[in-house]
Design a protein around this ligand. Structure first.
Ligand code: NAI
Length: 479
């Protein structure tokens, strides 16, 4: 059997590498229109950072795993074609700012129809609106010259930072297909691929639309938990309760469960906001404005939390950060990834820059070039293939990036922790304090530091959702 995956990104790359590793009898080709991305997959410096990924790729690359820009050739030869291309939020026209832009998906489907010479199973791996499979099916069948296509929805639930672990041991694999004999046959064929390593009872099969909606629903529920605990964090600060204690207490309830209850500066990543906006749009289109409003609130609270954080920083530092050096520790949207798409750090940095701060940024996995791109790119522009993104945006002069936390914090007035990297917990904060301007502030946007120890050193500390320092108490939290 031959598999081809269109789109060698955060999903296509790791997913296919794991399929190749677990299915030595299957030949897997991952193709992309981005030449530098494919070159990186074929080099020692993979285009994405994921713990354990290097190992998996090294074991299979050149044996049954290939990365190539010869898109048409590999699609033509494949029995199963996964499509894992970008599905950005539309920025123009009907549904702008909400609906999914299916340009890349549609062009992939047209190409599959054009080049195919044998029957194929086409698998939706990208997150798409409900009923996309039906639209894609129409494109394929109207252009097929008699070739038969079966379309399946197989949304991906991996989390960046733990992608390899999640792929090795998924909570579930979801396969949606047409409820016809041909549809069932295709579902069984894809099931057979996953059954190489996933226990049968964890492979769920549904109809196409349930599978599509389940992915949007899962992300909406996950993001909603974060917004719920973040909403509580604001109330904790106002009342003197401690959000960590509240989370722990409610998480012990088996109906609620302990995961995904950490208060923070906000969620980020390429999916949560995009997928909820998409869900909101689908609800509106289906005449369900109340349901749309309900989910929209998850994003509003996330934006509120990022604003609230910026306002805390500015108001604590005598209501201005103009020309003050602020060290930003962590820029990626979570630890163990270099991915900065929709990271809360972007909005926090922009907020501080709006008040004329000077920023010194350190993240172990994010380059200066990436930070500059993120701070100058327009909303949603990031979610397009690399060669279609704006070339060289103007650099933000008030921002510098360094490769060391001690350098970033030297002479700084304040520190913002924006990503929960483990290494930040091990820093020598006495040394950092001695080299900072006084009073020295720490704003812990991830609640990873021991605030009592920091206070003993002399810092003024703000931790999200925790009882406030006397210093911060009378400062307005939201302007
Ligand atoms: P990505 O941006 O990292 O990768 C997409 C790749 O597709 C890019 O390398 C691009 O050059 C390529 N591409 C676009 N059009 C193409 C075409 N016509 N032919 C060949 N290659 C083409 O995106 P990522 O993060 O891998 O996401 C892909 C899809 O998976 C999206 O729909 C996303 O919502 C979904 N998803 C993402 C998850 C994540 O954690 N990043 C998790 C689950 C789903």
């Amino acid at each position: 059997m031959k598999i081809c995956c269109i789109g060698a990104g955060y999903v296509g790359g790791p997913t296919m590498a794991v399929i190749a590793l677990k299915c030595p009898d299957i030949e897997v080709a991952v193709v992309d229109i981005s030449v530098p991305r494919i070159a990186a997959w074929n080099s020692d410096q993979l285009p994405i950072y994921e713990p354990g990924l290097d190992d998996v790729v090294k074991q299979c690359r050149g044996k049954n795993l290939f990365f190539s820009t010869e898109v048409e050739k590999h699609v033509r030869e494949a029995d199963i074609v996964f499509v894992s291309v970008n599905t950005p939020t539309k920025t123009r026209g009907l549904g702008a700012g909400k609906a999914a832009d299916l340009t890349y998906w549609e062009s992939a489907a047209r190409m599959i129809a054009d080049v195919s010479k044998s029957d194929k199973i086409v698998v939706e791996k990208s997150t798409v609106p409900v009923k996309t499979a039906e639209a894609i099916e129409k494109i394929l069948t109207h252009n097929s010259k008699g070739i038969k296509f079966q379309i399946l929805s197989n949304p991906e639930f991996l989390a960046e930072g733990t992608a390899i672990q999640d792929l090795f041991n998924p909570d579930r694999v979801l396969i949606g297909g047409r409820e016809t004999p041909e549809g069932n046959k295709a579902v069984q064929a894809l099931k057979g691929v996953y059954a190489h390593w996933v226990p049968e009872e964890r492979i769920l099969t549904t109809n196409l639309w349930s599978a599509e909606l389940s992915k949007l629903a899962a992300n909406a529920f996950l993001a909603q938990r974060i917004s719920s605990v973040n909403a509580m964090s604001a109330l904790c600060e106002a009342t003197g309760a401690d959000v960590t204690q509240v989370s722990y207490a409610i998480g012990m309830d088996t109906r609620i469960g302990p995961k995904f209850l950490n208060a923070s500066v906000g969620f980020g990543g390429s999916c949560f906001q995009k997928d909820i906006l998409n869900l909101v749009y689908i609800c509106e289109c289906n005449g369900l404005p109340e349901v749309a409003e309900y989910w929209k609130q998850v994003i509003k609270i996330n934006d509120y939390q990022k604003n609230r954080f910026v306002n805390r920083v500015v108001s604590s530092m005598f209501n201005t950060v103009s020309n003050k050096k602020i060290a930003i520790l962590g820029f990626a949207f979570k630890k163990d990834t270099g991915d900065t798409r929709e990271t809360p750090a972007i909005d926090v940095c922009k907020g501080l820059l709006g008040d004329k701060a000077r920023l010194s940024i350190y993240d172990p996995q994010v380059t200066e070039d990436q930070v500059q791109r993120d701070l100058s790119m327009k909303k949603f522009d990031w979610d397009h293939p690399l060669h279609l993104q704006p070339m060289s945006p103007t650099t933000v002069k008030q921002v510098s990036c360094v490769w060391d936390a001690y350098e970033a914090t030297k002479d700084a007035h304040g520190i913002c922790i924006l990503t929960e990297w483990d290494e930040f917990k091990e820093l020598d904060f006495k040394r950092i304090y001695d080299n900072m301007q006084k009073p020295a502030f720490v704003f812990d946007g991830r609640n990873i530091l021991n605030s009592d120890q920091l206070r003993e050193i002399g810092f003024i500390v703000y931790s999200i959702g925790k009882p406030l320092d006397a210093w911060l108490k009378d400062m307005p939290a939201v302007a």
